[in-house]
Write a protein that binds this ligand. Structure first.
Ligand SMILES: [Zn+2]
Length: 260
């Protein structure tokens, strides 16, 4: 009888061992499946996911950088600088075949993917400095630019200006399609969030002093209207890369003068 019980116990132990091995293997297989699914999901959606730029996102910034900047773009970001200095103004329209690869921000704005890491860094540091910046305008299509110009012309006409006068005045404020830097995806209009009481001028002052560190310049400075062909716009910042931005700031010049 005792022998029988012992035998039974031994068998039970064996079964338990087998069961626990089976459980372990099942868990490992399950975890592998999860990892595989996560990897596929990341490859499918990682490169097109929205970024955290419009929200407070310092802790996310490093991750989203890696996720949103394709490898070949990162390389170009470091080695080639020509794309950073493309000049677009009233007499230098955007090239007809100009292609732009965009990174979409959370508030539905988009920028050239190559400038996104620098922009995120700048926004992180502004927020750390207690500012609440927001991008009110960034990449625009030619159609969007045309509709902005049309709106401005209509507004001047309503004020009583003739068709010609209205168009002339409107063009001082809104660049005609093909001549706006916003079509490059490398220009951003930055202001303060509506819901807080922070004056936009506080943000613009910070940008004026610091944006060059991230490769951005105040594109239409006061006193350079004759050269840029655009009125002073304290909110409009353009990415030109770190080296150019520093030199432009130190010499107190505008992009047109830098490129002369
Ligand atoms: Zn602008």
């Amino acid at each position: 009888m005792n022998e029988q019980i012992k035998k039974q116990r031994r068998q039970n132990k064996k079964q338990e061992k087998r069961f626990s091995l089976f459980t372990k293997i099942s868990i490992i297989v399950f975890l592998c499946c999860i990892l595989l699914i996560a990897k596929i999901g990341f490859q499918l959606f990682g490169s097109i996911s929205d970024t955290m730029l419009s929200d407070k996102g310092s802790s996310f910034s490093q991750v989203t950088h890696a996720k949103n900047v394709p490898k070949e773009t990162s390389k170009r970001f470091e080695s080639e600088t020509d794309w950073q200095l493309i000049l677009v103004n009233h007499s230098n329209p955007i090239p007809e075949n100009y292609q732009v690869s965009l990174t979409k921000l959370r508030n539905n704005q988009s920028v050239d993917s190559r400038i996104y890491p620098a922009l995120q860094d700048m926004f992180d540091d502004m927020r750390e400095a207690g500012l609440m910046p927001v991008i009110s305008s960034s990449y625009r299509t030619a159609q969007k630019q045309q509709s902005l110009l049309d709106e401005k012309i209509t507004a001047y006409k309503k004020e009583g200006y003739s068709d010609n006068e209205a168009e002339k005045l409107a063009r001082k404020w809104v660049a005609p399609p093909g001549t706006s830097e916003h079509q490059l995806g490398m220009a951003v209009d930055i202001t303060s969030l509506d819901r807080n009481e922070q004056e936009p001028s506080v943000i613009w002052k910070w940008l004026l002093e610091n944006s060059y560190k991230y490769g951005f310049i105040l594109r239409y400075p006061e006193g350079k209207e004759d050269i840029t062909g655009t009125i002073y716009e304290p909110w409009h910042f353009r990415y030109v890369g770190g080296q150019a931005a520093r030199e432009i700031m130190e010499r107190g010049i505008c992009l047109e003068e830098y490129l002369e």
